[in-house]
Ligand binder design. Structure first.
Ligand SMILES: Nc1ncnc2c1ncn2[C@@H]1O[C@H](COP(=O)(O)OP(=O)(O)OP(=O)(O)O)[C@@H](O)[C@H]1O
Ligand SMILES: [Mg+2]
Length: 285
């Protein structure tokens, strides 16, 4: 009996750790945050894993990507911030939209979210709204990916409090490196405030090996951010734009494209890192 109980305890622990929550964040705009969320989700569902995407950007690019209009949606992430924390459990399913891609669901954004910072100010408990959502949906998804707005406010703070890992896409050009320093500082501040491990991976994106700006800035990145930097790059690929017009993740629209293959490698790298950190945790306990 005791052995069965112990086994159950271990099983529960493993189940509890299956869900991974990745936030894709950078305070700079237009650096492929939304593209990264959608592309990774495309690969995850191709591998049979269920994904929930949460659009935390009031501009709602992720929502528009999947052909919903953030200007006219009645329900969005905004409503989560208006609910009492106990009613989230009952209402959460009304907010989830099934995308046309089997296995990808999302909670949409709406323009009203732009007012949240002013409305909520420093209201207590509002930094953990998304964490609550993520905890409630832990049994229904294998991965939850959060698309962040390019500003540090209540929404980004929520994403960073809810996630287990942060991905920071950075354009391979010098101005972007400056922005990365700011993001790096923000992340460190938040990680310290949480007193809890959250790791991050810097992902060089829109790399064009024909340009000096790309190769030089990649070198600078490698010199400055060793272990936190993914060693490969996401190349410039015009197919990303076509995929977004069609409302499909590139790995599903054109798996043989350079861009889709690069995101597959990134996902392999992230999954391997996950396995290793799980192993480390289990052997330490
Ligand atoms: N590797 C790439 N090659 C070419 N174009 C890309 C690549 N990645 C993203 N794009 C394009 O760059 C534009 C900006 O990308 P995206 O919307 O993903 O950035 P973002 O960081 O989410 O922007 P925002 O801060 O406005 O939310 C889009 O038109 C997208 O299709
Ligand atoms: Mg975006």
């Amino acid at each position: 009996m005791h052995v069965v109980w112990l086994e159950l305890k271990v099983l529960n622990k493993v189940i509890g750790e299956i869900l991974k929550v990745w936030a894709v964040a950078n305070q700079k705009g237009g650096v492929a945050k939304t593209t990264t969320v959608v592309s990774l989700a495309g690969h995850l569902v191709k591998r049979g894993l269920r994904c929930l995407l949460i659009d935390l950007d009031p501009h709602g690019s992720l929502t528009s990507y999947f052909k919903e209009d953030p200007d006219s949606l009645e329900k969005s992430v905004y409503n989560l911030f208006q609910m009492h924390q106990f009613s989230i459990k009952h209402e959460i399913n009304d907010l989830i939209i099934h995308s046309e891609v089997e296995g990808i669901d999302f909670i949409p954004a709406s323009i009203s979210m732009a007012t949240l910072d002013r409305q909520l100010g420093t209201q207590e408990g509002k930094g953990l709204v998304i964490k609550k959502v993520v905890d409630l949906l832990a049994d229904e998804y294998d991965y939850i990916l959060i698309d962040c707005p390019p500003v540090l406010g209540v929404l980004m703070v929520n994403a960073l409090a809810a996630c287990t890992h942060v991905l920071v896409p950075v354009q391979t050009e010098f101005l972007a490196l400056k922005g990365l320093e700011r993001m790096h500082h923000t992340l460190n501040m938040i990680i310290q405030a949480r007193r809890h491990d959250v790791s991050f991976t810097i992902v060089p994106v829109m790399f064009d090996r024909r340009t000096r700006a790309s190769t030089d800035s990649l070198r600078a990145l490698r010199e400055k951010y060793g272990a936190e930097l993914w060693q490969n790059v996401i190349p410039v690929d015009t197919a990303f734009r076509t995929a977004s017009q069609k409302g499909l993740p590139l790995p599903i629209m054109l798996p043989s494209s350079r861009g889709a293959k690069a995101y597959a490698e990134l996902l392999d790298n992230l999954l391997n890192a996950n396995k290793q950190s799980d192993l480390k945790r289990v052997t330490n306990e």
